[in-house]
Design a protein around this ligand. Structure first.
Ligand SMILES: Cc1cn([C@H]2C[C@H](O)[C@@H](COP(=O)(O)OP(=O)(O)O[C@H]3O[C@H](C)C(=O)[C@H](O)[C@H]3O)O2)c(=O)[nH]c1=O
Length: 191
């Protein structure tokens, strides 16, 4: 059975599927909806993504899609490894502007679930790292948004020096969280 562990921000969940090893290698059910339903995550993924980052220190993020095309994500490294980060951008949240980060490696098969209302990004820890992730809304350029990866008010402890990060032009120009009117609003669990 897959293990689900809520992290310091409880909406962010470490997901650890079982690998069935044998002399050939292993078999792993990398996603099984009934297990997510049983844990209490009601999700219907509609798109699978994959990105290759050739260098160590590639930072992709901090990204999200705005409502009504907000995306929850289930992220894993299928080659190499990443430091994966989620930032709470839900206005009114007790953890607004706070972040959690975990190391995801192809070797471990660990995954991170990031729900709506969180910016997501990662930094590669090995060359030629491939990241695969499922999303529950299709890509919508009109709803694609981001905040600065190195926003000092968020203070993500990235494993790369600021001047050595490999960034897209878009990510270099992203706004600080303080300068961004987040469209996400916190709703307490069970409210
Ligand atoms: C996200 C996405 C991108 N694209 C196209 C758009 C560009 O022509 C090209 C690269 O896009 P971008 O620079 O936004 O790719 P990343 O920097 O890896 O973005 C991702 O980075 C972080 C880690 C995320 O969590 C998001 O899923 C996503 O924003 O792929 C598509 O065609 N479909 C898509 O779903």
């Amino acid at each position: 059975m897959t293990t689900f562990t809520r992290l310091a921000i409880p909406e962010i969940v470490l997901v650890q599927p079982v690998r069935h090893g044998d002399a050939r290698g292993y078999f792993c059910e990398t996603y099984k909806k009934p297990e997510f339903d049983a844990f209490g995550i009601d999700i219907a993924f509609v798109q699978d993504n994959e990105s290759l980052s050739r260098e160590v220190g590639v930072v992709r993020g901090l990204h999200f899609q705005t409502p009504p095309q907000a995306q929850a994500k289930l992220v894993r490294a299928v080659r190499g490894s990443i430091f994966d980060v989620a930032v709470d951008i839900r206005t009114g949240s007790p953890t607004f502007g706070k972040w959690v980060g975990v190391t995801l490696t192809a070797a471990s098969g660990d995954q991170l679930f990031v729900p709506h209302g969180f910016a997501h990004g990662f930094c590669t820890l090995e060359p030629d790292t491939i990241v695969a992730y499922k999303v529950d809304a299709p890509y919508s350029p009109a709803h694609d948004a981001g905040i600065r990866w190195d926003d000092p008010a968020i203070g993500v402890d990235w494993p790369v020096e600021a001047g050595r990060a490999v960034l897209s032009g878009k990510d270099q120009k992203a706004p600080l969280l303080a300068d961004y009117a987040s469209p996400f609003v916190y709703v307490a669990a069970g409210a």
